[in-house]
Design a protein around this ligand. Structure first.
Ligand code: NI
Length: 285
């Protein structure tokens, strides 16, 4: 696989991402100026655990690009399963692909998701080429825009499902690799610079998730909010995407830790919560 194809893939993901999360471009610029080696730690995607967008099918184009499965992750409270992928070229970002267990939804919520997936199944029959390459990762919705009421019903049960229903397949977040920075070299320094520029951070579970002992420290902004026209014509502002920051530490072999820490990622998922940022405990998953 050519390097150019992977470059083009991440450029397309980034363009799509900043189109709905414009703050990310400004945040990247805060670091790009004095950090010529600024790198992406990982890009994350959300999906449903069913055809035609289950992980088994979605990962095929990633494997074709030279990615391999690193490790599986489970999020019991949020009813998600995930895989992390790494590339043979260590300069390529990791990819984190998660999927909601649709059987965990209530009957009314599952009926909405069934309706969305039925449209995706039809699309996969009519236009199989759209599902055959990495372009599926910035395809957006593979179904019509849900109504505001359906969005609210999903949101009451699963913020993840509601986000996915209105935004579809696309990068949920990019992540600045703190290890690639000359300055600031610590996650605390990164947090300070982002906050000083006026970008609010996700404080659920504390601003900083993880620790050097866990070999991974992370933080994230709160998602931008954008106005969407729902299927019933109503227009509402909803959270779109956030930006993440990750600092990795070497393991006992001296190699930088490559994996993820489920407990940290669990709270980072909440960066797209509609009421996020208070740090208060939330019963809703
Ligand atoms: Ni992440």
């Amino acid at each position: 696989m050519t390097r150019a194809r992977i470059d083009a893939f991440f450029e397309a993901l980034w363009r799509d991402y900043v189109s709905i999360a414009p703050s990310a471009a400004g945040i990247r610029a805060l670091f790009a100026a004095d950090n010529p080696d600024l790198a992406n730690d990982h890009v994350a995607f959300r999906s449903f655990d069913r055809d035609p967008i289950g992980i088994d099918r979605l990962e095929q184009p990633l494997l074709a690009l030279g990615y391999r499965r690193l490790a599986p992750y489970r999020f019991e409270e949020k009813q998600l399963d995930a895989w992390a992928y790494v590339h043979a070229d260590p300069d390529r970002p990791r990819i984190f692909l998660s999927a909601l267990r649709t059987v965990s939804l209530s009957a009314p919520a599952r009926a909405i998701v069934d309706g969305l997936l039925a449209q995706a199944v039809q699309l996969a029959r009519d236009e199989p080429a759209r599902f055959a390459t990495e372009a599926i990762f910035h395809a957006g919705r593979l179904w019509r825009m849900p109504s505001w009421d359906d969005y609210q019903l999903l949101l009451a049960e699963s913020e993840y499902a509601a986000w996915l229903a209105v935004f579809g397949l696309r990068a949920n977040h990019f992540t600045i690799a703190v290890n690639s920075l000359r300055s600031p070299a610590t996650l605390e320094g990164v947090i300070e610079r982002v906050e000083a520029a006026g970008h609010p951070l996700n404080r659920a579970g504390g601003t900083k998730k993880g620790s050097p002992a866990e070999l991974l420290e992370q933080a994230s902004t709160l998602a931008d909010r954008i106005a969407l026209r729902f299927g019933d014509g109503r227009v509402h502002e909803v959270p779109s995407c956030y930006y993440e920051f990750a600092r990795r530490y070497p393991d006992q072999s001296g190699e930088l830790y490559q994996g993820f820490v489920a407990a940290s990622a669990d709270r980072i998922f909440e960066s797209t919560d509609t009421g996020a940022g208070t740090g208060a405990g939330r019963a809703r998953r």
